[in-house]
Design a protein around this ligand. Structure first.
Ligand code: ADP
Ligand code: MG
Length: 462
């Protein structure tokens, strides 16, 4: 029928616009490398902030003692206690508590947000066993993983540049996040010093390095997306401080804000961006990360419903609600292996209140999941290639050494099709020989542990 022809035409057009042939991915990688250079030359020199982390030494394995971490950066936040055994002792003990951030706190005041966090930390510390107590005259020390763009002023201070990922607390912008947290800790009577302020990418890099000395890059694919890597201090013209003894500096790229004319943007991406809390910003993140993939899919489905009566004569009202279709649900539909696609059917029914979908309709939904996820994963792979190029690690190294990329985030962890596509694409881009020298490691919860490790290496008592 004409209706179905219209459906297929819209799907075909979308698929074409989302195309990511190898040549385009290589152009994107080159563009990423160019922007990395520009961002290192001067502040504001690029869409990529290339933030200096003040981390010039990654964990060695000698770190010792009980340290804390607080991981804030998306939907959930976690508090951790990590006991480090010192040389060859490894992680003796770790424990965490997790809580979700109430949505109203994501757009309230910074005081309310920090009070909420400090309260959870207070509970965590209050319930602590005697054996984890600090020795006399020693304050607890915390690594604070705060995964938003911050202009650091030292290892444990820095001002929020702007919010991303659905947060918008105006009074916090431009303020020192460590000062904000410290004041809340005082209000709640928590005896604790913030020893390190890091981004989740930096935490993941540190956590990854602790277990594998070849780790040199970290990538986050969760609610948002970002990357960090180890740069030569000499290659950072905008750094005017003393050259670190290690000769290295970890850079938080803030790659979510990458943008290039080579990106395969569609009308759905434009619509999502314009209606977002941060229009014009985080364009790369909006194409590849967990907060947005399901929303892109919803927008395509809405268009199909409106212009090709994809779900019948009426446009399902729920389909008009932004962000109602979350990426985990999309992932569940994409991975549906049943012959009648019953997972797809039940998701459409439960979330969008669309009953009795035909198999033909469900197949199109799976096809759309695949288009959105494939584009995201392949673009993420091109970003990784760009970083490897900047580091000179996109070809075999003379010393035969490996380069390991520590990856973390719920999207990477749980969306199998996405993860496999990313890994296959990176191998395709690198070519067989080089691909053998590059490995991706899942750094489970590396960002929290990494922050505790960095608190240890920046301890007052070390
Ligand atoms: P954050 O990025 O907020 O620190 P996580 O790393 O845990 O948190 O990532 C959470 C994100 O991962 C979710 O917002 C969601 O987009 C994505 N995600 C979680 N579970 C799944 C899943 N089963 N399939 C696909 N994506 C998922
Ligand atoms: Mg996280």
């Amino acid at each position: 029928s004409g209706r179905w022809a219209r459906v297929m035409a819209i799907v075909k057009e979308f698929e074409e616009k989302c195309g990511t042939p190898e040549g385009k991915l290589k152009q994107l990688a080159d563009a990423m490398t160019v922007e990395m250079h520009a961002g290192l030359v001067s502040e504001g020199g690029s869409k990529l902030k290339m933030l200096i982390s003040y981390v010039d030494n990654l964990p060695t394995g000698d770190e010792k003692g009980v340290f804390y971490a607080l991981d804030l950066g998306g939907t959930n936040f976690r508090v951790l206690r990590v006991q480090l055994g010192g040389k060859e002792g490894g992680i003796v003990h770790q424990e965490f508590a997790e809580a979700s951030i109430p949505p109203e706190l994501m757009s309230g005041t910074s005081e309310a947000l920090f009070d909420y966090i400090a309260e959870k930390l207070a509970n965590f510390v209050d319930e602590e066993e005697q054996r984890f107590h600090q020795p006399p005259n020693r304050q607890r020390e915390l690594g604070f993983t705060f995964s938003f763009p911050v202009m650091q002023t030292s290892i444990n201070s820095g001002n929020l540049i702007r919010w991303t990922k659905g947060f918008s607390i105006d009074d916090a912008v431009g303020q020192d996040v460590v000062a904000g947290l410290t004041k809340a800790l005082q209000r709640k009577g928590v005896e604790m010093r913030v020893a390190a302020l890091v981004n989740d990418t930096i935490g993941t890099l540190a956590g990854g390095r602790y277990t594998n000395s070849d780790v040199a890059v970290a990538v986050i694919l969760g609610t948002g997306s970002n990357a960090a890597y180890v740069e030569r201090a000499q290659a950072i013209p905008k750094w005017h401080g003393p050259l670190p003894q290690s000769g290295e500096m970890v850079i938080n790229m803030e790659w979510g804000n990458f943008r290039s004319s080579h990106l395969p943007l569609t009308e759905y991406d434009h619509g999502l961006d314009i209606e977002s809390l941060n229009p014009g910003e985080q364009i790369f993140e909006k194409m590849i990360s967990g907060m947005y993939l399901g929303e892109i899919l919803r927008r395509v489905l809405l268009r199909l419903a409106e212009e090709a009566s994809f779900f019948g004569d009426e446009v399902p009202p729920k389909l008009k609600i932004p962000f109602i279709l979350r990426t985990p649900e999309m992932s569940a539909m994409h991975h549906d292996t049943s012959s009648d696609l019953r997972v797809v059917g039940s998701k459409l029914k439960d979330i969008l209140e669309i009953p009795n979908t035909s198999l033909k309709t469900r197949r199109v939904v799976v096809q759309l999941c695949n288009i959105v996820a494939t584009r995201g994963a392949r673009l993420a792979a091109s970003g990784v290639l760009g970083v490897l190029k900047k580091m000179g690690r996109d070809t075999l190294r003379d010393n035969g050494k490996k380069t390991v990329i520590a990856m973390d985030g719920g999207l990477y962890e749980h969306y199998t099709e996405y993860r496999e596509c990313l890994e296959n694409t990176l191998n395709e881009l690198l070519g067989d020989e080089t691909a053998n020298s590059i490995a991706i490691e899942h750094s489970n919860d590396g960002s929290g542990i990494g922050a505790a490790l960095l608190a240890a290496s920046h301890s007052l008592y070390a």
